[in-house]
Ligand binder design. Structure first.
Ligand code: KIV
Ligand code: ZN
Length: 513
């Protein structure tokens, strides 16, 4: 019988730690729903003790997710663990995930604690968490660079105190697949009660080996839980990518011999949604979810695929959720067809008023663009004017003038807390003028770190432009995303969206005291 592999998704926690990837409550709820449809076993919804905003997000996700276990991260102390337990109260199934660093470097330089103190804190934290819930995960941060005998002692104690999962992260992405697999295997052999817990891997991608390390951790090391994120989102170079690790296990079941419960047909919509929400564009040649992942350009390959698909394809595009018939709706489509397509894409809007707002935006878009693709619909439901969330800044309209040899001018009408303002400015180009027109009123002083434009659908100049704007202010980095067939309008929307995120982050920090 094949072994079951648990898929633990941490897009909403470790993924969100990626600079600029912060998500609003509504965005997190939308992603959590899609993760549940994907049949992820565990959703790490956040780090409840880190801020009131995070607490509320974990609580809200715990309230809506029924089929996956909802988990909150907590440092190894009573306050963090109590906050996690409180946030998870409403969950059908919940897990507390507590961690402390165990490598000599982290213990000495970061924690300034002796190994004995770390050992004791880990033990007491697991004991405390286990009194609050039956499902406790213990992580030895920087586990892959920890001293084997000490790590074995900590893991044994954690299991004795009731940890049901023990996770050995490669926190800094330093591991090599074979060595990491053997490290885990030896560690498990050294822990006398190792069979009383599920072993887990959590790999970062600094050397591009997060997926390979995770697979080696499972195949060689005996781990039966893999922690990962959609699109590999995460700190620095990111985490192990869910879509890659899941499709590796499914496609090469002959070698791995694992079963996973994931419904792969939601992989591409999930990838698209996370990209759209965070503004982190998926590279075209990214495995499984990149735009070129199933595109064959060379004549020999095309000929081969036409004759027998498996000559050059090891997976079927439709199995991972690539739409077969990409044109989905048009100007004459009604509300029910629109609603059904939303459902098929895994998007559940919370209220009828959100559906109405999204449908109005869809009609508006269909007037300007004859073919509406799935990607257009996903961009449209990500639009802040559709979601129920109350935002500080809202886009109303834009007019701009540019002519060869003249300095472009723009006039942007936008709302601040519902009140309309009009900003005017000149700039080097129409985008520059539009953003300056907004700044003229808002005076955020934020530094623009990144500006990028992507066509939402390929192959036509009719496509919507999706703009990502990354801003930095007071040490906070956020990404704003805006979509529109007019890229100047998309830019203004993205800028306002980034300002909203800066504002929400500032509020969260203020709420923390
Ligand atoms: O990378 C890491 O070590 C982590 C732990 C908190 C699990 O994210
Ligand atoms: Zn991590």
């Amino acid at each position: 019988m094949a072994d079951q592999l648990i898929i633990f998704d941490t897009t909403l926690r470790d993924g969100e730690q990626s600079p600029g990837a912060s998500m609003t409550r509504d965005e997190k709820l939308r992603i959590a729903r899609l993760l549940e449809r994907l049949r992820v076993d565990v959703i790490e919804a956040g780090f409840a003790a880190s801020s009131n905003g995070d607490f509320e997000c974990v609580q809200a996700i715990a309230g809506i997710v029924k089929d996956s276990t909802v988990c909150s991260l907590a440092r190894a102390n009573d306050r963090d663990i109590s906050r996690a337990a409180e946030a998870l109260k409403g969950a059908a199934r919940s897990r507390i995930h507590t961690f402390i660093a165990t490598s000599p470097l982290h213990m000495e330089k970061k924690l300034r604690m002796s190994p004995d103190e770390v050992f004791e804190q880990a033990r007491l934290a697991v004991r405390f968490a286990r009194n609050l819930t039956d499902d406790v995960e213990f992580s030895a941060e920087d586990g892959s660079r920890s001293e084997l005998d000490f790590l074995a002692r900590v893991c044994e104690a954690a299991i004795k105190e009731g940890a049901t999962t023990v996770n050995i992260p490669d926190t800094v992405g330093y591991a090599i697949p074979e060595l990491y697999g053997l490290f885990l295997k030896t560690l498990r052999e050294k822990v006398p009660n190792s069979d009383k817990a599920i072993w887990s891997v959590h790999c970062h991608n600094d050397l591009g080996m997060a997926v390979a390390n995770s697979l080696a951790g499972a195949k060689i090391g005996g781990a039966r839980q893999i922690e990962c994120t959609i699109n590999g989102l995460g700190e620095r170079a990111g985490n192990c990518s869910l879509e890659e690790v899941v499709m590796a296990v499914k496609t090469r079941r002959d070698y791995f011999g694992f079963d996973v419960g994931i419904d792969a047909s939601h992989i591409v919509p999930a990838s698209r949604m996370v990209s759209q929400v965070t503004g982190f564009v998926v590279q075209p040649n990214k495995a499984v979810v990149g735009a070129n992942a199933f595109a064959h350009a060379s004549g020999i390959h095309q000929d081969g695929v036409l004759k027998a698909r498996d000559t050059y394809e090891i997976m079927r595009a439709e199995d991972v959720g690539w739409p077969t018939n990409k044109i989905v709706l048009g100007k004459l489509s009604g509300r029910n067809a629109f609603k059904q397509r939303l459902q098929e894409l895994g998007v559940m809007l919370e209220s009828e008023s959100e559906v109405m707002a999204a449908f109005a935006r869809f009609k508006d878009l269909a007037d300007r663009k004859s073919e509406i693709f799935d990607e257009d619909i996903l961009a449209l439901v990500g639009d802040e004017s559709v979601t129920a969330e109350k935002e500080q800044y809202g886009f109303v309209s834009l007019a701009q003038h540019s002519e060869t040899g003249e300095r472009p001018q723009a006039e942007v009408v936008f709302t601040i807390n519902g009140k309309e303002f009009k900003g005017q400015a000149e700039g080097n180009g129409p985008v520059d003028a539009s953003l300056k027109a907004i700044e003229a009123h808002v005076n955020s002083g934020a530094e623009l770190l990144l500006y990028s434009v992507n066509a939402i659908t390929s192959g036509s100049t009719e496509s919507q432009g999706e703009v990502t704007v990354r801003l930095q202010s007071a040490g906070r980095v956020v990404n704003g995303v805006g979509a529109d067939p007019d890229i100047v309008v998309a830019s203004a929307k993205a800028y306002l969206s980034a300002l909203n995120k800066l504002h929400n982050k500032a509020e969260r920090v203020a709420a923390q005291g």
